[in-house]
Design a binder for this molecule. Structure first.
Ligand code: SF4
Length: 73
């Protein structure tokens, strides 16, 4: 599995926990009610991309750490 660089844009995250539903070890809601990346290797690439795709405000960015390729958005 590729090493992923995952980030959440806190300017737009609305904290609806959708990402947590798809990859609960990767995305955890912090004390401000927003999603944070707790463990970028906590789930499969497929589930992480699924989480990113299902974020209602597209706050999640996923980049392949090795190739630099943006996998989402
Ligand atoms: S799905 Fe998007 S808006 Fe919802 S908590 Fe996760 S990053 Fe934030």
């Amino acid at each position: 599995m590729a090493k992923l660089r995952i980030s959440v844009d806190h300017d737009i995250c609305v904290g609806n926990r959708m990402c947590e539903t798809f990859a609960s070890k990767v995305f955890v809601i912090n004390e401000n009610g927003q999603s944070e990346v707790a463990d970028p290797e906590g789930d499969t690439e497929e589930n992480i991309l699924e989480a990113a795709e299902n974020c209602p405000v597209s706050a999640i960015t996923v980049v392949d750490e090795e190739t630099g390729e943006t996998l989402f958005p």
